[in-house]
Design a protein around this ligand. Sequence first.
Ligand SMILES: [Fe+2]
Ligand SMILES: [Fe+2]
Length: 247
Amino acid sequence: MSDQPTDAANGTIVVAAIGDLHVREDGARRFRDLFAEISDQADVLALAGDLTDYGKTGEAELLAEDLRACTIPCVGVLGNHDYECGQPEKVTEIMRQAGVTMLDEQASVIEGVGFAGVKGFIGGFGRGELDPFGEPAVKAFVDESAREARKLEHQLRTLRTERIFAVLHYSPIAATVEGEPLEIFPFLGSSRLANAIDRFDNVKAVIHGHAHRGAYRGATPRGVPVYNCAQFVVQAELGRPYALIEV
Ligand SMILES: [Fe+2]
Ligand SMILES: [Fe+2]
């Protein structure tokens, strides 16, 4: 594993990962050159959610327009911001029309590598994880978190590839949200996602976004590398807004 591009002759591929694009209606062509650059650097582009700022149709269409500069396969998941206008299915459809394989319900295989992905949900980490106890609203909240983890686990189970790359929006671990205020950690991700990942030996890397002020690198309890690819985090770490992860 490495975050530097290498010769793919050894059978591995390089995945460019970026999250939290937050494309706005005044943001025309913001990512066009970047997607062209990424197409030269990597074999696959992975988008870790918050593709748009409010989940508006116009925002998604601007991103779709920029994605025309991307000449490599692209996979992605939505983020919470893509839900804000109450039409996540429209954002998904516009991304699909732009050629993006939206994960979520179904995994995908590209150049022999499995790609699984869900948005994920909040709920906290480790001993701080919220339990489904008491009021129906608490149970519904925890159920949403568990449902996202089950969807991820289902995709991982369907993939028979030796190597899997997992794409999330919310973090599966606390380590990559370090840097954010401790008080909001429970709203940045859920350990249930890491539990699902750690049931499989073939997951080789996990990316997420959402925690704009988090830390770049971490690992699940079983040691699977986790990268916070929110563009602001990657920019601070690598001097460019996307990560290059060999898998
Ligand atoms: Fe974000
Ligand atoms: Fe987010």
